[in-house]
Write a protein that binds this ligand. Structure first.
Ligand SMILES: [Zn+2]
Length: 436
């Protein structure tokens, strides 16, 4: 069982002003787990979720007939590089180092801020279409992604990315920018993002941890993704694994969100649980790059906080969290030779509530008083029939095309599978491709 410490990042709450105070939505007779409920959203919160409402429905509320739908929390993608949608299908089926040095890094070096903005818009469109309302983003420019988030109505935690290849002046500028950056909306929060223990010096890692503590913001980092990373870390740091090395430096805390966490020994798992860090399981990326498998069974038994992420499109090749859920569960079962490992309800919680909690967002549950994030899933598709168990069908059988409606912070971002402005994004991407 998980024991999830309460994390409250100041940033989330200081700026927690709804842009949507006036509007209300009533979803009637919708399936929630195994019962039919009425869902009333006022402003950006669930005013009431109940079999029968006890409060009056405000005049002018938008009414949705929920009879053909189930309502579930949307996905919270806890590790992503959104602008990498531009690299979809650009380089596949290569070894990690060849892939990075010969294809990905040279391509990324040519990307402008406008390109990153466009790639982020495509990513957000793809995420909304597959039921995701939040992503934790790491990329070398954050402002273009932040702008896309603010415009398109989703939530994100966008990090200021730092790495040893930057000179001292650039790093000083980035830390200063991080302190002075105040996102325009409560949907957007900031983080510090040292790339990894193998690409950041001890002092850069410690400086990042200090700013994370001082500003009370998350620290996003890649940890123990490949066997080679672990071997080199042990060679360079007195036999310490990446997790032990980070702990030795005093970097680990409940603010740390560590992607991958594939190659861990028993002591690493113990430390991850003890420090309360969030480990992000990225099964598709880890399989595609042949990195390995996160020891999910061992970690969940130890009480580690675990959430789910897609990683970037260059190594996935999509941002579909529903697909990620199925892969996560199946891979955990294969790894442990235990068919009872990571059952559907636990997998769904990993992709929804655990992700929201990891970033201090008061959402991830369809419950009175929570922030109003939700998706409506069609129940009439063959893959959803018969309806013995909604969660089983949703995790193992459905495609994300069954997600009909997406609501974030009390605002409808997709209805009948249409997202405002989607044709313009498609056209912009086609034009961009003609130039590249
Ligand atoms: Zn990554």
């Amino acid at each position: 069982m998980y024991s999830i410490p309460k994390v409250q990042f100041r940033e989330c709450y200081e700026n927690n002003i709804s842009e949507n105070d006036m509007s209300s939505i009533l979803i009637q007779n919708v399936l929630l787990e195994d019962r039919r409920v009425q869902v009333l959203i006022e402003g950006n919160r669930f005013r009431e979720v109940a079999g029968e409402l006890t409060v009056a429905v405000p005049e002018g509320a938008e009414v949705i007939d929920g009879s053909d739908y189930a309502i579930v929390p949307p996905f919270y993608n806890c590790h992503c590089h959104s602008a990498m949608t531009l690299l979809r299908g650009y380089a596949d089926d290569m070894s990690l180092m060849d892939w990075l040095t010969k294809k990905i890094w040279p391509f990324e070096a040519r990307l402008t801020e406008d390109d990153i903005y466009l790639g982020s818009r495509l990513a957000i469109l793809e995420m909304i279409k597959s039921g995701t309302v939040f992503f934790a983003d790491m990329y070398w420019k954050q402002r273009p992604t932040a702008r896309a988030v603010e415009e398109m109505g989703v939530r994100a935690n966008v990090c200021v990315f730092v790495i040893d290849t930057m000179d001292a002046k650039t790093l000083d500028g980035l830390f200063e920018e991080l302190e002075q950056w105040h996102p325009m909306t409560s949907r957007l929060t900031k983080a510090i993002g040292p790339h990894s223990p193998y690409t950041c010096s001890a002092s850069l890692l410690q400086r990042s941890a200090a700013v994370s503590e001082q500003l009370d913001i998350p620290l996003q980092i890649h940890v123990a993704e490949t066997m080679r990373e672990v071997q080199e870390c042990r060679e360079q740091h007195d036999g310490l694994s990446p997790i032990c090395y980070l702990d030795h430096l005093g970097v680990l805390s409940k603010r740390v969100v560590a992607a991958h966490m594939v190659h861990l020994d028993e002591n690493d798992v113990f430390i991850a649980a003890k420090r309360g860090i969030v480990s992000v399981y990225n099964p598709c990326s880890n399989m595609k790059l042949s990195s390995g498998i996160m020891p999910y069974g061992q970690m969940s038994r130890a009480g580690c906080r675990i959430a789910l992420g897609t990683d970037g499109v260059a190594s996935n090749n999509n941002l579909d969290m529903r697909e990620e859920m199925k892969m996560a569960s199946l891979l955990a079962k294969v790894q442990t030779s235990d068919p009872e490992m990571m059952p559907a309800s636990e997998t769904l919680r990993l992709a929804t509530r655990n992700g929201a909690e990891a970033f201090g967002i008061d959402a991830g549950e369809i419950k009175t008083g929570k922030l109003a994030d939700a998706v409506l899933v069609r129940l009439d598709d063959p893959a959803m029939l018969p309806l013995h168990n909604f969660t089983s069908n949703y995790v193992y059988a459905a495609g994300s095309g069954l997600i009909d409606t997406v609501i974030c912070d009390g605002r409808i971002l997709m209805r009948n599978r249409r997202v405002e402005g989607e044709d313009e994004i498609r056209n912009d991407i086609r034009k961009w491709k003609e130039r590249h």
